[in-house]
Design a protein around this ligand. Structure first.
Ligand code: TRP
Ligand code: ZN
Length: 853
C-alpha cells in the first residue's frame, strides 16, 4: 500500500492528546495472512488539554495504517468511524468511554519489518517509532502512556509479550505489564523458540528470571549475551542506582530486523547479529558490540522506558543519554582509552560527515517528515557527546546528583530536553541557556588555537566558528569544555588536565609560572565534539603525552598531515611520523589494544573531508594510493621487527573475548596486515590454516584477499560456513570491503547473483551494499558504476523496506565534496531514484534533503 502524502511535522506545533488511556486490553489471534487484533481501551478526557471549557468538541483521531477494520464500538454500541490513509476520526462522548475495535492484519506480507511481521516462521513486532499504528487503531504517540494487558493466541510453543505472564492455557498466554508505557514499547513474539535461561537478584532482593530466546540451532550462541545482560544489570545498580522492576526479562533474537535492537519493556527484540555470539562464529569486535548493545537496551529500561519522550523531537533525551551510559559501561568493562578512541573514530566517520553535509540537523531536530530518518549519528552519538560535555562542565558529583533528581522527579513521565536541563540547573545553580545551543544548532564547530609564550606565561587564543547550514543559518557561540594539559620539553607533565570553559567566539586563556615553553596537549580525551586546528609539536606529544587519547590523537594528526601532503604534492611519507609510530608500536609497556590503534590510519573518507574543508577536491584514487603507500612505508619501517611482534602477541590460551586477549589479537592482526605486504600472505595463510576462532580466521582471509591469493580460502570459508547466516554475512561483506577499487562494484554485483543473496534480509543487503558504500575508492569509481549499482538496488528495495532503503541513501550524502563529473553522476542517480513511482516517504525525504534544490 502507498504511504500517506508527505507532511512536515514541527516541534513548535506540539499539543497534548485530548484523552488519557487508563488501560489497554489486546487480544491477538495469530495467523500469517489474517491475524485478528481485538482492542479494548478506557479513555478519559485529559485535564491538560481540556482546560478551555468553551472549545468545540472535536472528533477523536486514532492512528492506523494498513489495517482492515472489522468492527468498532463505543461503550458497547457499534460506531462507524471515518477512515483515512493515516487513521480514523470518530465522534466520542464528552466524558470517559470504552473503545473497542477489531482489525485484521497480514504479518506474512509485512516486508517493511515495522508493526507485526514474520521472520523465518516466527512472529515479532517492531513498534518504535510509529509501528504500533500498523497493529491496531491507537493514539500512537509517546506521551500517551497506558497499562497493557495482552493475550496472545496461536499454535506456537512460545507466546511472549511485555511484563509478566498472568494466565497460560493451551495455545494462549495472557501478559500484564504493570508499568504504564507508550505504544512504541509494545512487543509480541511467537514461535518455535528455545530459551537460554538465567537469573539475577537485584540489590533489594528481587529475583529476576532472564531468558534469551533463539531459534533451534542457535542455543550455543547464547552464553555471552546472557552474561552481558547480568553485567549490565549489576552495573546500572552500582553506578546509577537503577534496579530492574519486573520479575522477568526476555530477549529474543530475530533474523530480519531493520536496526540493531529494541528496548521493548521486559521483552527486548534483537537483530540476531547483535546478540548471538560464539568464538567460532563471532569476532572480538562482534563480542564487544554485542555486550554494548545488550547494555544499551537494558539501560533504556530507566532512560527511555520509565522516563520516556514527550514527542519524537526529544529522541536524544533517551538515545543520547543511553549511548552515553553504554559507553561508560564499556569503559568500565574494558579499556576506557581504547573505547574513547574507537568512539571518536566512529563519531568523525559518521556524525561529522552528517553534520557537515546536507543532512545536518540539530541533536534535537525541529521538524521532520519521517521520524525513522532521524535515528541518526547526530541524535545518538553527538547526543551522547553533549551529555559527556555537561558532565565535564559540572563535575562527576554534580552530574550524579542531577541524574538522581531526574529519576526522582520524572519517573513515569514523558519528558523533554528542557526537563533534562532543568535538573542540572536546579542542582548546580548554573544557567544552561547557552549550553542548550548544543541541542538546537546543527554543524560541527571548528576551534582554531594559536599559542604565544612570554616570560613565564603561555597564552592560548582560541577562536570558535560553526559553518552556517540550512538547519542553522546563523550559528551562535557554544559553551565548550576544553581540557588542556602541558608537557615539558623533557616529556614530563608540567600542568595536569585543566578544563577551560570557552563561551565566546574568541577567548584567551593563560597559564603562568612556567619555567619554559611547554607542548600544549589540548582537547584531552576529546572533551568536545569539534574539529581542532592547532599547530603543536605533535611528534613530542606522540612520544610523551600523558593523556592516552591525545597521545593517539597526536599520531593521528601526524598521519593525516603526512597523507594530505602526499595526496596534494606527492611528498614521501613523513619520517617523523614513522619514527614516532614505530616507537609506540614497539613499546611493550603499553596496552596492545592501544598500540594496535596507533598503527591505524585516518579513513579515506575522513581524508576526503579534510581536503574538501581546505578547499581542495578529493580524488578517491589518489587518496587510496596515498593510503596504500603509507601502509607500505610503515611495513618497510617495521620490517624485520614484524615477525617477532606478531609472534609475541599470538594468544595460545583458549579463546576468550575479553579486553586482554582481544587487545593482543588486535595488535597481532595489525602487524599481520603489515607483514602481508612483505611476505605475500605467507603468514596470513598459516593463520588461516590454524585459526580456531572467527577473529583469526576472518582477518587471515582479509589479508589473503589483499595479497591476491584469497580464492581458495574464500571457497573453503563458504563451504565451512554456508549454513551460518551471520558468518555468511561476513563472507559477503569482506569480499567487497577488501576488493581492489577497480573491481569493487563488479564484485558486489556478482555477489547479488549468489543463491544465498537474500536481498529482503536487511543484514544480507547491508553486507553487500553497506560495504560497497564504505569502500571509498570503489564506491566513487570514476565511471559511476558504484553509484548506479547502489541506485538500482535501492529502487528495488524501497517498495518492500522503505526504512532500510532510506538509511542507505546516506551513502550519497557527501556528493558535494567531489569533482563536477562525479557530482553529476551522483545527481543523475538521485534523480532516477526520485523519479520512481510511489517512492516511499522515507526515501523521498532523504533524497530531497541530500540533493537540495
Ligand atoms: N530504540 C532503538 C535503540 O536505540 C532503536 C531502534 C530499533 C529503532 N529498531 C528501530 C528505531 C526501528 C527506529 C526504527 O535501541
Ligand atoms: Zn537506544
Amino acid at each position: 500500500m502507498r504511504d500517506a502524502a508527505p507532511q512536515t511535522i514541527y516541534l513548535e506545533d506540539y499539543t497534548p492528546f485530548g484523552w488519557q488511556i487508563e488501560s489497554v486490553d489486546l487480544h491477538f489471534q495469530l495467523d500469517p495472512h489474517a491475524t485478528r487484533v481485538r482492542s479494548k481501551m478506557r479513555f478519559v478526557p485529559n485535564p491538560e488539554s481540556n482546560k478551555d471549557a468553551d472549545a468545540p468538541q472535536l472528533p477523536m483521531f486514532l492512528h492506523g495504517e494498513n489495517l482492515k477494520l472489522i468492527s468498532a464500538q463505543i461503550d458497547g454500541i457499534p460506531v462507524t468511524p471515518t477512515l483515512t490513509p493515516e487513521g480514523l476520526n470518530c465522534d466520542v462522548p464528552t466524558g470517559p468511554f470504552t473503545w473497542e475495535a477489531e482489525v485484521e492484519i497480514d504479518p506474512a506480507n509485512n516486508t517493511a519489518l515495522e508493526g507485526l511481521y514474520m521472520s523465518n516462521g516466527m512472529y515479532c513486532t517492531q513498534c518504535e517509532a510509529e509501528g504500533f499504528r500498523k497493529i491496531t487503531y491507537y493514539p500512537d504517540r509517546p506521551d500517551v502512556m497506558s497499562v497493557f494487558t495482552v493475550t496472545v493466541e496461536g499454535p506456537h510453543p512460545v507466546l511472549l509479550s511485555n511484563g509478566n505472564p498472568v494466565e497460560t492455557k493451551t495455545h494462549q498466554t495472557k501478559w500484564h505489564d504493570p508499568w504504564p508505557k507508550p505504544a512504541y514499547l509494545f512487543a509480541l513474539v511467537a514461535g518455535e523458540l528455545i530459551a537460554h535461561p538465567g537469573q539475577f537478584t537485584t540489590k533489594s532482593g528481587r529475583v529476576v528470571d532472564l531468558n534469551l530466546y533463539v531459534r533451534p540451532g542457535d542455543e550455543g550462541k547464547c552464553a555471552f549475551g546472557m552474561q552481558a545482560l547480568k553485567d549490565s544489570m549489576k552495573w546500572d545498580e552500582d553506578v546509577y542506582g537503577r534496579e530492574y522492576d519486573l520479575d522477568l526479562f526476555n530477549i529474543v533474537a530475530v533474523d530480519d530486523f531493520n536496526m540493531g535492537a529494541m528496548e521493548n519493556k521486559g521483552l527486548n527484540v534483537f537483530n540476531s547479529s547483535a546478540v548471538l555470539a560464539s568464538a567460532e562464529t563471532s569476532t572480538d569486535l562482534n563480542f564487544e558490540r554485542i555486550e554494548a548493545i545488550i547494555a544499551h537496551e537494558y539501560f533504556h529500561n530507566w532512560t527511555g522506558n520509565r522516563i520516556t519522550c514527550r514527542d519524537w523531537f526529544q529522541l536524544c533525551l533517551k538515545e543520547g543519554l543511553t549511548v552515553f551510559r553504554d559507553s561508560q559501561f564499556t569503559s568500565d568493562m574494558r579499556s576506557a582509552s581504547v573505547k574513547r578512541i574507537g568512539d571518536v573514530i566512529d563519531l568523525r566517520g559518521r556524525q561529522f560527515a552528517e553534520d557537515q553535509g546536507p543532512l545536518a540537523h540539530p541533536v534535537r531536530p525541529e521538524s521532520f517528515q519521517e521520524i525513522n530518518n532521524f535515528y541518526t549519528a547526530t541524535v545518538y552519538e553527538k547526543g551522547a557527546e553533549v551529555i559527556r560535555m555537561l558532565k565535564t562542565l559540572v563535575g562527576d558529583d554534580a552530574y550524579a546528583q542531577a541524574v538522581t533528581l531526574y529519576f526522582d522527579r520524572h519517573d513515569g513521565q514523558a519528558c523533554t530536553i528542557e526537563d533534562w536541563l532543568q535538573v542540572f540547573e536546579d542542582t548546580t545553580g548554573r544557567d544552561l541557556a547557552q549550553f542548550k545551543r548544543w541541542y538546537s544548532q546543527a554543524g560541527t564547530p571548528r576551534l582554531s588555537v594559536t599559542e604565544s609564550f612570554e616570560g613565564d606565561t603561555l597564552t592560548l587564543s582560541v577562536a570558535q566558528t560553526t559553518p552556517a547550514s540550512t538547519a542553522t543559518p546563523d550559528p551562535q557561540p557554544y559553551v565548550i569544555p576544553i581540557a588542556v594539559g602541558l608537557i615539558g620539553a623533557d616529556g614530563a607533565e608540567v600542568t595536569p588536565t585543566t578544563v577551560l570553559e570557552m563561551t565566546k567566539a574568541n577567548q584567551d586563556f593563560t597559564f603562568s609560572g612556567l619555567k619554559s615553553r611547554p607542548a600544549v596537549s589540548i582537547l584531552r580525551d576529546f572533551s568536545a565534539p569539534v574539529v581542532m586546528d592547532h599547530d603543536a609539536d605533535h611528534a613530542h606529544l606522540l612520544a610523551y603525552d600523558t593523556d592516552p587519547f591525545n597521545r593517539w590523537e597526536a599520531g593521528r594528526t601526524l598521519a593525516r598531515n603526512a597523507l594530505l601532503g602526499m595526496i596534494r604534492n606527492g611528498t614521501r611519507p613523513n619520517p617523523a611520523y614513522l619514527d614516532g609510530i614505530q616507537a609506540v608500536a614497539m613499546d611493550d609497556g603499553l596496552d596492545p589494544a592501544y598500540r594496535a590503534l596507533m598503527l591505524g590510519l585516518p579513513s579515506q573518507s575522513d581524508l576526503a573531508t579534510a581536503l574538501h574543508d581546505a578547499g581542495d577536491t578529493p580524488e578517491p584514487d589518489i587518496i587510496y594510493a596515498a593510503t596504500e603507500m603509507m601502509r607500505d612505508a610503515l611495513a618497510a619501517k617495521l620490517d624485520t621487527a614484524l615477525p617477532a611482534l606478531y609472534a609475541a602477541n599470538l594468544v595460545t590460551a583458549p579463546y576468550q573475548p575479553d579486553a586482554v586477549q582481544s587487545g593482543r589479537r588486535a595488535l597481532g592482526n595489525a602487524v599481520l596486515a603489515l607483514l602481508t605486504r612483505r611476505d605475500d600472505g605467507k603468514q596470513a595463510q598459516a593463520q588461516y590454516d590454524s585459526a580456531d576462532n572467527m577473529t583469526q580466521q576472518l582477518v587471515a582471509l582479509a589479508n589473503l584477499i589483499r595479497a591476491g591469493r584469497g580464492d581458495t580460502a574464500l571457497k573453503a570459508f563458504e563451504a565451512q560456513w554456508k549454513d551460518d547466516r551471520l558468518v555468511m554475512d561476513k563472507w559477503f561483506g569482506l569480499q567487497v570491503i577488501e576488493a581492489d577499487p577497480e573491481d569493487a562494484h563488479e564484485i558486489a554485483e556478482n555477489l547479488t547473483k549468489h543463491p544465498d543473496f537474500n536481498w529482503k534480509n536487511p543484514n544480507r543487503f547491508r553486507a553487500v551494499f553497506g560495504s560497497l558504500a564504505m569502500h571509498h575508492a570503489g564506491f566513487h569509481h570514476a565511471t559511476g558504476a558504484g553509484y548506479a549499482l547502489l541506485a538500482d538496488w535501492l529502487i528495488k528495495l524501497d517498495p518492500i523496506n522503505p526504512q532500510t532503503t532510506a538509511r542507505m541513501c546516506s551513502a550519497f550524502q557527501t556528493w558535494a565534496r567531489y569533482d563536477g563529473d562525479r557530482q553529476s553522476l551522483i545527481k543523475s542517480q538521485l534523480d532516477r531514484i526520485l523519479a520512481t513511482p510511489a517512492l516511499s516517504r522515507d526515501t523521498t525525504e532523504m533524497l530531497t534533503r541530500i540533493r537540495g534544490v
